[in-house]
Design a protein around this ligand. Structure first.
Ligand code: ADP
Length: 412
């Protein structure tokens, strides 16, 4: 060997040595890290209770973890000799193959199915499959039998609760009718008796009988409406009526009660209100009566004012805006939303003092919504309250004529 070739030889050996050293320093830790990761993943797959499969496009197993073996009750060697279709309880082979093809194309799919355990029972599973490439797929399988059983139990519970609720609503509706018939008899006969010659004391007692019977009837009607509302059977009728006349009649019907408490009752109807509209006058009256009754009930001095106006909306329809203002005790701001919920009263002591069921405003809110409107309150404790509501009504066949005012007690 010449001196030059000897030198070249040693340079090459040195270079190889440096390369080897670099390889050992840089690549070896990487390889070790990869090996550690693979071992950790393997450990996790072996110890988890979830199932893990690697399988090919024909549905044949390449690997299965102990978790799936425990889940399905077969040994690993038994499973490796079987096919997905041997476990699958919902889909058959052609469907499984179509699904595999779809996953390979899309890369990923999550679905629920059932597998047949060795003992013949079914297991509910949630499976997430990922297509690794054209040939291999990886699946993670989670036993969701407990969750499914709980869902089923909950559905069954809900169904029986709904059935019980329906039975209760039917019972309340039937009882309401049963109770209303004799109550109508009591009220009707009291009216007849009141028209006969009576001594002052007898008249006074009979008048009390009548007002008690009417209060009871109002409660029965509320309960009946509420049970209909819960059963989704509250209906709205459509008839032609005069809003001004309806409001005037109502205000005149409650004027005696207001007068008895020394309250001024004022009614103001906007002159532009159409003479006739199409809607449900009975239900409108019911809402207004409830608001006026409350206004009188919760006011000890001052007065109650009913206002009505109508605005036009698209399609020849109208929106009726009504409000009932009082100078009574008012409602604290944090209670103002609750009062529209069923059985809700500002404070329970008011039941003892003023009576009532706490159903009136809940029914009003539902009725107003059924008539395409809304209801709300503005109130200040100690100053009074104003309840506002709107409802949609249609134009009546009769053309509107110049407005009119309805009065009871006092006109503004
Ligand atoms: P009820 O009057 O039968 O209790 P409502 O649903 O009509 O039931 O009213 C619910 C509650 O709202 C009443 O109990 C009362 O506490 C409060 N409330 C309603 N209207 C008024 C009002 N004008 N002034 C003060 N509080 C009112």
């Amino acid at each position: 060997m010449s001196v030059e070739s000897g030198f070249t030889y040693w340079v090459m050996v040195g270079a190889l040595g440096v390369a080897g050293l670099l390889l050992a320093v840089l690549v070896l830790p990487l390889l070790l890290r990869l090996r550690r990761r693979a071992r950790n993943a393997e450990k996790a797959i072996d110890s988890t209770n979830d199932g893990y499969w690697v399988f090919n496009a024909d549905g044949r197993f390449i690997d299965v973890n102990p978790g799936y073996c425990r889940m399905i009750g077969y040994r690993r060697d038994e499973i490796m000799a079987m096919n997905i279709a041997d476990f699958e309880a919902v889909a058959v082979m052609p469907q499984i193959q179509a699904q595999i093809a779809r996953i390979i194309e899309r890369g990923h799919e999550r679905f629920e199915t059932r597998h047949r355990h060795r003992d013949g029972n079914w297991i509910d599973l949630e499976i997430t499959v990922t297509g690794v490439d054209q040939r291999y797929l990886v699946a993670f399988l989670r036993d969701i039998s407990d969750r499914k059983a709980a869902d089923l139990a909950l559905r069954e519970l809900t169904r029986s609760a709904e059935a019980a609720n329906q039975a209760k609503s039917d019972f309340v509706a039937n009882m309401g009718h049963e109770l209303r018939t004799p109550m109508n008899g009591v009220i009707g006969l009291t009216d007849i008796l009141l028209e006969t010659p009576l001594e002052a004391e007898q008249r006074e007692y009979l008048t009390l009988v009548k007002s008690s019977a009417e209060s009871l009837m109002a409660i029965l009607n509320d309960i009946l409406d509420f049970s209909k509302m819960e059963a989704g059977r509250l209906s709205i009728e459509s008839a032609e009526f005069s809003p001004a006349e309806m409001i005037a009649e109502l205000v005149s019907a409650i004027s005696a009660r207001a007068e008895k408490k020394g309250l001024a009752l004022v009614c103001h109807i906007d002159p532009d209100t159409p003479a006739r509209v199409r809607g449900d006058p009975g239900r409108l009256r019911q809402i207004l009566l409830n608001l006026c009754d409350n206004a009188i009930k919760f006011t000890s001095s001052g007065g109650v004012t009913v206002r009505a106006r109508v605005t036009a909306v698209e399609g020849g329809a109208h929106e009726l805006h009504l409000s009932v203002n009082d100078t009574g005790m008012g409602i604290a701001p944090d209670k103002q939303e609750n009062i529209f919920q069923a059985f809700s009263q500002v404070d329970s002591s008011s039941t003892r003092q003023f009576g009532g069921t706490g159903l009136g405003l809940a029914i009003c809110e539902k009725l107003v919504a059924l008539m395409g409107g809304r209801i709300w309150v503005a109130s200040e404790p100690g100053q009074g309250s104003t309840f506002y509501f709107t409802v949609r009504v249609k134009s009546a066949s009769v053309a509107a004529h110049p407005g009119q005012s309805a009065t009871a007690g006092q006109t503004e």
